[in-house]
Structure formats: C-alpha cells, structure tokens
Design a protein around this ligand. Sequence first.
Ligand code: SAH
Length: 422
Amino acid sequence: MITDINNLGYGICRIEGIVTFVQGGVTGDELEIKIIKAAKDYLVARIEKVINSSPYRIESLCSVSKTCGGCVYRHITYDHEKQLKRSYVENAFRKAGVSVTVAEVMSNNKTEGYRNKVQYPVGTDGKIGYYKPKTHDIIECDNCILEAPLLYNIKKYISDFIKEKKIDCLRHIYLRCGIATDEVMVCLVSSKRSFTHLDTLCDEVCEKFPEVKCFALNLNDKDTNVILGKETFILRGNPYIEDELLGCRFRISPQSFYQVNHDMTELLYSKVIDLCDLKKGQSFIDLYCGCGTIGLCVASKTKTANMFGVEIIPQAVENAKVNAELNGIENAEFLCGDASDAPLHKCDCVIVDPPRKGLTPKLIDELASAEVEKIVYVSCNPDTLARDVAGFIEKGYKPSTVYPYDLFPRTGHVENIVCLCK
Ligand code: SAH
C-alpha cells in the first residue's frame, strides 16, 4: 500500500520497514511491485500490477510524461498534487526545526499552457525534445502540455528547418513569450557564431511569425551543463521582448530571469505587495531583483516608495533601469553585484528572492545587524527557505504564515512567500 508521494513523483511504501520508492505509485494504491534497485537504506521498485487503484490516480494526458521527468504529478489529480505540495512545505519546515503554519496552496488551477519559456535541447541528429532525467538522451516531444501555445508553431518551424538543412551546431532552442503582449523571443544557443542558412532561418521565422520581436544567437562552445554561454548576438529586432505584470510594463533580455507562469506571478507579487504593506514615502530594498519586476510592481502600487534593487546579471540590471523609467518610477536605483555584498541601508522592508540555493549566512547576518524590521522572503525551494527561516529566528525574527503559490502545476516545484518581522 502506497502511503505518500515524494516531490520526484515516486510513491512511497515500506517493505519490512525499509523505505521503498515506487515509480508511478499513488497514495492509496495497492500494488504488486518488483524491486529494481536495493541501496543501503532504501529500495526502488516498479509496478508489476495494480491490485486496487488509488482514487487520486488519473490517466496521464502526455505520451512522454513517464520519461521526460518534467511533470512528476501527471498521473494524479491536481487537487491531490496541491495537498502533497503543502505537506512537502510543512515537512521542510519540520525538518529544519521551525514551527509555522503553512497555508493552503494558492493556485488559479490553470495547469496547461502556462509556461512562457521553453528550452529544448537539440541533438546533433536534429532531435528536439527534453533530456531524459540524469542523462543527455533526448526524448522527442512535439507537444508539451505545459507550454504556451503561441510557441508551438515557431518551435516546429525551426525544428523542421534545422532537420532539413542538417544544421548540427545548435545546442538548445530557447523561446520566451510575453503572455500579455504576445511578443516572442527566439534565442538559438549554438556552438558556432554563425552557420550556413542562419540568415535564411532568421528572415523566414521573422516573416512567418511577426510576433517574433527579438531574434538572438547565444554562443556556447563550452562543454558544460549551463545552457547559455557568455555572448549573445541580436540578429533581428530588439534585444528584449516586453510583457506586463499588474499593469506595469517590462523589458526582458534573453539573459534576464523572468517567472515562467505569468498569471500566477501576478498573484504571487500581489501577496508580496500586501505583506510589504509599505506606506507613501517609505523605502525598501529588492535583493535578487532580476529585471526589477517585483520591486517595480511594489513601487508602482505604493506610489512614492524609494527602492534599491540588487542583481548579479548585468543585462537584467540594464533592463531594470529602463523598466523603472517605462513605469514612471523615479526613486529607483539598481546595483549590479552579489546580493551578499550589497550595501544595506536603513529601510522599511527588504524583499529577497534568491535562486534555489537560498541566502548565504553572511546575508542573513547582515540583514539582522542592519536592524531590518521586515523581510519578505520569496523562494522557489522550500528546503533552503526553511533553513534560512531557522537562521532568521535565531537572530530574533518571527515568521508569518508560509504561503505556497503553485507557479509550476504538474511539476514537483512550488514557490513560497513568508514574512519575517523583528
Ligand atoms: N525577483 C526577480 C528574480 C528572481 S530569480 C523576479 O521575480 O523576476 C533570482 C535572481 O537572482 C536571478 O535574476 C539571478 O540572476 C539573481 N542572482 C543569482 N545569484 C545572485 C547573487 N549572488 N546576487 C544577486 N543576484 C543573484
């Protein structure tokens, strides 16, 4: 009997007391299983036969979900997925020794077509799809359910073109769109600065798809797992696309971070605005600010707030400066650098939105010594969030309720916000 599901989508049961991970097992399933791996303190098993099926089990709508590794919850109901995500967050805090209330997972229940960004690996044989987990084998995937439909035909066109012309230097096809503007960015990640037929490809794509406002080539000739190389060349159009969030307009470069789920991002940012609770004339710092999206939304809603943003990617900082102007925010300053070295000044609130590894102990220390009264922490990793909240509690902060936001339905990921007050 399966008693739980982990965030990699494996059902969990115990066999003679040993934790066993069952591929495709769902809470409540009664199964006949076969052990396929015996590690020191756990087992991995495969389903041989379903004896009694869990009420949470559903038919997967995707032909590659079992192998592609993206949608780990494709085979369970979305309601159950939200419950699992909430308990995953609760467990992360329990493990970190922090007692907090975790709210129900907030979602707009849009589980399809929400991703505004795709990054397909391309094989030297022209195969395009997704990597099979833990390998560099490409699983061809024509029609991913999560992706914005706007991107589908463009991807198909490029993929047919490179197959037909036998172009073998592309590593990734990276596309992004503005959900509010329908603007599309195409970025070919290539091991060569140029190749035969590149001009034709640019011209044809821009002509066939007028929504393409930015066509770029990123040069990546290094043998690493990082998708983007250092240099990006704009071949057609603008060096950015635009999108809108909460009535603000944003320019986004290929190198800039931008949340993948537009509609849920608006809900997430609205919660940040609520929790910051800034009054006219107050000031705040936005650490890990990307192209300025959170901070500028906060500033625009609170009118005269003074903001200071810090971000490590130069192109994102350039975007942020222009974005402040585009939205008529005059009291915004941005610094390109490591958030852990940011000069902190007295302010009414600090927003932090770090990458998966979370905050450094140094930054937690410095925020506490700068006597920051209120920190609004946005996180895409419940484990590092819980660890950092424990760090802040040691420094005399008190956490609010934790609010999970499902920006990534059907995948194992969940975003969270918590407010820490001194
Ligand atoms: N708040 C933004 C971006 C959040 S993603 C938004 O909502 O869109 C995290 C951001 O932190 C990314 O833009 C990444 O480039 C940046 N980053 C990563 N490491 C950093 C560091 N050490 N210092 C500052 N910024 C960093």
